[in-house]
Design a protein around this ligand. Structure first.
Ligand code: ATP
Length: 365
């Protein structure tokens, strides 16, 4: 084994997986710290499962290296890697009790009986299922089965836990509750986790950092707030949460600001971008960063006029769909707490939508 000098606990170094012409994973490099919960996020076919399977040892990289805790994993079969993988289906043994399921891998490894009993007890306590130890999987709810699977995955104290769509089999409400539970358990144990999901809310809730993948490539790596607030490109902006994308051209480039002209308005950008006049760009603005007013805002930048085409009431907030002159429909999400209470907006109203320069992101790709 090769000992690496690099500090990251898990290093994925320039990894490629080519399935006879299909590059499922294309020169991917990621450094993951010990104890991190790291999510690979992307739509179907982007290569996230292939990358996870290479970490587990079920697939061999075409090129590149995977180094865990200083050891190159090349040539190491799955069962010799200090890694455990939990699948979407949980794959619990239906004929074994909860405790027998958790004990299964330990028994296979020849661990002494008393040690197994102590470890299983500890694991079931961790996932709060001690009193279900004698039950069979079919006598448990989906969420409880998921926790048994987690206890079984953690029983061998792996260095790295791989989660493949861990909550995919649960309904939405249970999934949301279980996400937080799972993070609490993982943090108590301190295990490093790489998870695969196509659900951006799941990635945002659970992960300390997210890699957004498309067609085998990593488009951006960052904390949930980073990828949401400062997406690297149109794909990421669109993939993470809701966004309004306005395409335009850079028409005025000054040392301290630029002006971007789109079909419906001009944007003033007081920070961070440089470019040549005429350069095509997109401006991204999140729906909750836009305000709707009946009166025209002051100044000449960052506001558009339109007509309310649709309104969707969500209790805590309302989403307005505002039809602009160019045909673009702007989505605006406003809190229902105070705004417009005395003068409610309705379908067909002519309104202004505005936002501040700091709440928009300029995308050059
Ligand atoms: P999903 O969310 O649907 O599981 P994914 O993002 O995990 O998708 P992968 O399963 O990693 O995507 O697949 C990435 C690409 O590699 C796809 O184009 C897929 O068809 C291809 N692929 C995956 N496994 C193989 C294989 N064994 N042989 C050939 N092509 C494969």
């Amino acid at each position: 084994m090769v000992v690496s000098q690099a500090p990251a606990f898990l290093q994925i170094k320039d990894v490629v997986k080519d399935f006879g012409g299909v590059k499922a994973v294309n020169h991917v490099s990621i450094d993951i710290a010990k104890g991190e919960i790291f999510a690979l996020l992307g739509s179907s076919g982007c290569g996230k499962t292939t990358l996870l399977r290479m970490l587990a040892g079920f697939e061999t990289p075409t090129s590149g290296r995977i180094i865990l805790n200083g050891h190159d994993l090349a040539g190491l079969p799955p069962y010799l890697r200090p890694i455990n993988m939990m699948f979407q289906s949980y794959a619990l043994f239906p004929h074994l009790s909860v405790e027998e399921n958790v004990a299964f891998g330990l028994k296979r490894d020849g661990m002494p009986k008393d040690d197994i009993a102590a470890r299983v007890e500890k694991m079931l306590k961790l996932v709060q299922l001690s009193k279900y130890a004698k039950r069979k999987p079919h006598q448990l709810s989906g969420g409880q089965q998921q926790r048994v699977a987690l206890a079984r995955s953690l029983a061998k104290r792996p260095d790295l836990l791989l989660l493949d769509e861990p909550l995919g089999a649960l309904d939405k409400k249970l999934r949301e509750e279980t996400q937080i539970e799972l993070v609490n358990i993982i943090e108590q144990v301190g295990v490093t986790v790489v998870m695969v999901t196509h659900d951006q809310e799941e990635a945002m809730t659970m992960a300390s950092r997210i890699a957004i993948m498309s067609e085998g490539n990593i488009l951006q790596i960052g904390a949930p707030s980073e990828v949401y607030e400062t997406p690297a490109n149109r794909f990421v902006a669109d993939f993470i949460g809701n966004v309004n994308l306005m395409d335009g051209t850079l028409i005025d480039d000054n040392p301290d600001h630029v002006i971007i002209e789109c079909a419906d308005c001009k944007h003033y950008v007081g920070h961070g971008i440089t470019g040549n006049e005429g350069m095509p760009v997109s401006v991204a603005v999140r729906p909750e960063k836009i305000h709707v007013t009946r009166e025209r805002p002051e100044g000449e930048y960052n506001h558009v006029r339109g007509t309310i085409k649709d309104m969707v009431y969500f209790g805590s907030h309302t989403v307005y769909h505002i039809q602009l002159g160019s045909g673009l429909v702007l989505k605006v999400s406003e809190s229902n707490i105070a705004r417009h209470r005395d003068d409610p907006l309705t379908w067909g109203d002519e309104v202004w939508a505005s936002w501040t320069p700091l709440s928009q992101v300029v995308l050059t790709q």
